[in-house]
Design a protein. Structure first.
Length: 385
């Protein structure tokens, strides 16, 4: 059975098309909400900043989801595509929470109706008010995302069946090798989501509480490319099995649980500040969203550390060739070998799996170095006599 090319199957195309159409529809809805509210309120006021936060996070989230889907399909990485489906489910929760937070921002005067004044139009949540105008769009967003999610789950199942053969081509039939490779895919996927949630929390803090002319603003902006580089180094370390670099990466993951190295910026401290009566004002209308992102960032980074330790224990067990070359080369082109039992070795020290009793015109010479048959189709010379 041949491995299908990128976007050559119905399941692959349907998965990507579903995400793309959903992203276009949802961003249109969010953009309309932003445009309508922008006509009436000043987004520099803290209570209204939930709307630009909502737009910025959804724009980034939808673009990130599309890129993750394309990358997962190209690499035939079902773990990453499952991660995209889970991430999509999180977007449903985030968009549903935004209905409540927008209501808080646009109903400072309570549930009164519009009485002809600007104050009642933007400060009440009753009939004829600004909130009532944008509420259908806010409700439509999670509905569209949920409908797309159900479709994605269907196609994810189809892709799981399709990409299972690709994993066999990369690592062979040995269950131990397949398990190690799956853990490797998990940690790479988690590193990508680490970046998203770090950016998500950072964007919200920049919009809500960090003054643009302050030193903290410059430090926060500078931290974004630094974190990207550090996460990239962690991915390189686990892929190429560089022990010293992986050790540093694991230590930095633990250190990152304390943002920028100061106790007052730990995720737990941030959560306390968000809900503390004396300091909740800057977060009043974005409390739920910021708390969700902070908790997710903390948990995913911790999960990355745990899975990273698991992958660290699999170093030097013969998986490196598959991790480095497995996504781009056919099994017979991989430079280093893993036999069907999952042993990392040269064919010169093992029996050739294609060997059989000597016969005229048949050479029993071992396969040359550079040939990997761990996941390749069996030779036609094999007999089951």
């Amino acid at each position: 059975m041949a491995i299908e090319a990128f976007l050559s199957t119905t399941a692959q195309r349907a998965f990507l098309i579903t995400i793309t159409i959903q992203a276009i529809v949802v961003l249109t809805l969010v953009g309309l909400v932003f445009a309508w509210v922008d006509k009436w309120v000043d987004f520099n006021q803290t209570m209204y900043k939930t709307i630009p936060c909502y737009l910025a996070l959804f724009a980034f989230g939808e673009v990130f989801e599309i890129l993750m889907a394309v990358d997962g399909l190209r690499a035939r990485n079902i773990i990453q595509l499952a991660g995209v489906a889970i991430f999509h489910g999180c977007l449903i929760i985030f968009s549903a929470a935004q209905v409540h937070e927008t209501r808080q921002a646009l109903s400072l005067l309570g549930g009164c109706d519009f009485n002809g004044t600007t104050e009642s139009y933007i400060g009440c949540s009753g009939a004829g008010t600004l909130f009532v105008k944008v509420r259908p769009l806010l409700i439509a967003a999670p509905c569209v995302i949920a409908a797309a999610w159900l479709i994605l789950l269907w196609w994810t199942k189809a892709l799981f069946d399709e990409f299972g053969w690709a994993v066999f081509h990369i690592v062979g039939a040995n269950p131990t090798m397949k398990k190690m490779y799956r853990w490797y895919q998990v940690v790479i996927c988690l590193l990508k989501f680490d970046f998203f949630f770090f950016i998500g929390v950072t964007m919200q803090l920049l919009i809500l509480v960090v003054a643009h002319n302050s030193a903290e603003f410059g430090i926060t902006i500078t931290a974004i490319p630094i974190v990207l580089v550090l996460l990239s180094f962690a991915a390189i370390a686990v892929q190429r099995e560089i022990r010293w670099l992986m050790s540093i990466s694991l230590v930095l993951m633990l250190a990152s649980e304390s943002y920028f190295g100061t106790p007052s910026n730990t995720p737990i401290y941030k959560l306390v500040r968000i809900f503390s009566p004396g300091s909740e004002s800057p977060y009043e209308t974005t409390r739920v969203t910021l708390a969700l992102f902070t908790i997710c960032a903390f948990l995913i980074l911790f999960a990355t550390f745990i899975v990273g330790l698991r992958c660290f224990g699999d170093f030097d067990k013969g998986l490196k060739p598959s991790k480095v070359h497995g996504q781009s080369l056919l099994p017979t082109q991989i430079a280093e070998k893993i036999n069907l039992m999952g042993e990392y070795s040269s064919f010169s020290s093992h029996t050739d799996i294609n060997s059989k009793p000597q016969s005229p015109g048949y050479s029993s010479e071992p396969k040359p170095d550079g040939v990997y048959t761990g996941g390749a189709p069996l030779s036609s010379r094999i007999s089951i006599e």
